[in-house]
Each structure stands twice: as C-alpha cells, then as structure tokens.
Design a protein around this ligand. Sequence first.
Ligand code: PLP
Length: 368
Amino acid sequence: MEDKRTVNFGAGPAKLPKSVLLQAQKELLSYSGIGISVLEMSHRSPDFSNIINKTESLLRELLNIPDNYRVLFLQGGGSGQFSAVPLNLIGLREGRSADYVVTGTWSAKAAKEAEKYGKVNVVHPKLDTYTKIPDPSTWTLNPSASYVYYCCNETVHGVEFNFTPETNGPVLVSDMSSNFLSRPVDVSKFGLIYAGAQKNVGCAGVTVVIVREDLLGHALKECPIVLDYKVQAEMNSLYNTPPCFSIYIMCLVLEWIKNNGGSAAMQTLNKQKSSMIYDIINASNGFYACPVDEACRSRMNVPFRVGKKEGDGDLEKKFLDGASKRGMISLKGHRSVGGIRASLYNAVTVEDTEALAQYMREFLKEHQ
Ligand code: PLP
C-alpha cells in the first residue's frame, strides 16, 4: 500500500524526489544485497568508498568541475562554513581582510562570524530591508582582500543573484546552499562554493565544499582540524567519521538530477515553476505582494504577503489554514519576516506548483 504524500513547500529540510525515498527504503535493510544498511556500514569499507566516490564523480559531471578543484563532504552545516571559510581563507593575503556582500540573513550571519577571524568590509551601505542587490558598480571592493563573499540565494528573503560578481583580483566565495544545482554554474569563476545538502541535493548532515586546490593550506592555526580543507582534502573527507547516510542520499539525488536532464533541465523547470507563482502575484492588483525587486527574485524561495503590501495577518492565517486543508504544508514565511514563503526546490514538481497556483487564484477570487 502506498502512503499518501503531502505537498511540502518547506525551505529546508525540504522535499526529496519520491524515487529517491523509495530507493533508500528498498535498500534500508540491505544495501546492494550485502546484508547491512548504509546506516551500519564502516566509512572505511569498500562499499562506502564506492558511495562517496560515486557521489563525487556525479557532482563533477553535473557541474563540470575542473580538475584543479577538490570536492569535500563536511559536517557542521552551512553555519559551519560561516566559520570554516574565514578560518581557511582569510589568511590568504596579508592584512587578514575579506569583503562581504550582505543581502540577507545568511550573508549577514556569515559576515558576523568572519569578524572573529579578521577584518570584514561590507562592500555597500547597510540595507534597511533585504529586498534588492545593491548595484555592483557602487560596491567598494578592497583589491587586497583575501576573498569576496556572497550568498547566491538568500533563503529567508527570496533574493537571488542572477549574475556572478566580478572581484577584480580576490577569489570569489559563494554560499549556494539554497540554489545548488538548480541551474548550471561556471565553477572556474569561484575560489570556493559551498552548499548544505538539505534543500536541493539531499538531507541534513552533509555540506559540499568545492574548493580550488591552490587555496588549500592557508588555514589559521586555530582552525579546528575537522574544518581544515587541506586535511579533509588529503583524507578524501574521511579525517573522521563522515555523515555516511546523508552522503548516500545525496548520491541518489544526484543520480536523479542526472536522469532528469542535469542542471540545465533543472533551470528550465525552476524558471517555469517560479514564473507560475510570480505571474499570479504580479497580476493580483496588490492582493499578493512580493517585496523583492523583480531583477533579483529568487526562483527557489518565493516570499509574498497576502491582502496588502505589509500583509493582513488574518488573511494570511486563513491562507495557510486553507493550504493545509488541501495537503500543502510549510508555506509559512520565516519567523523573522512573516507572510508566506513557497520554496520550489528541484524536487517540487510542476504539478505541486500548479496545485499552489490554483489555490492562490481561488483564494484571490474569494477574498479580493
Ligand atoms: N546558508 C543558507 C543560504 C541557508 O539557507 C541556510 C539555512 O537555511 C544556511 C546557510 C545555514 O545552514 P545550516 O542550518 O545547515 O547551518
């Protein structure tokens, strides 16, 4: 008997492809017929070596990762990388300074954490609201910074970069936690990319780091050894016990992405899905309102208010209750901003999105 699945628009941990869950279920007691689960497997066994190597080679294939980049599978989540990035890279150049572009909660947290380890220069005046990306021509980049950091998709505010910033020298570092593999990326433009898996490529527990080889070996002496990229690269991410099951789930998700056309196909679908929701917002005469500038609206996280620009609390509650009755959950906006947020990661289907779009049209008709 098949369990009924709820439509999950959560921001993360987020929906996984059904075929991935079924495969994991099938192999839960006995992985590949060997009589034990991945949950019980030694991380030094040949079977686990095959899993981690396959995960890496799928990633390399899907993102066309150049040979001079290393791929690491680390613990500590995206937040662990807020520390690991400065711990490993801020000492790249004399002066221990880094440039941060702060366009939302996550880049703000990363910048604050980096202040513990060096000088942080926020390259634009502080934003009152996180609804836009300041024009890059106005950024005050420091040519002798060790790196330039930005968050490619701000999950809470729904602000996404649709361009790759120029740094004029320093290496570029990006947090791609919430839009990783949602579109093709030219890895060669970056010194480092990282992404927690629990949105687009798997479940919580593992964070992918893609780092250019020449940036290894510059960690500050106080860098915890498990966060030291050079150590982890030399040990193939097996300095200590890695999150084996999370890596295995990532492997299944990457196979699913490959079988469904890769990052270019994901991009086409993600454009289509997000347009379905933004088109309704734009045509609603202000009944639905998205505060984010059109040029940087996220294809992954669509935040909006209901009833009026700043949101009508009663209507928003009604909207969420009605959605839940239709089997659509986790549409509540982040507690720091309120309103509604629909997260449309890779595993959210066009049909799921159409169910939400249909509900938004009906709700509008009933309450406008
Ligand atoms: N970066 C982004 C863009 C995120 O959306 C999140 C969490 O949602 C984080 C970092 C923090 O990730 P974690 O909870 O894995 O530490």
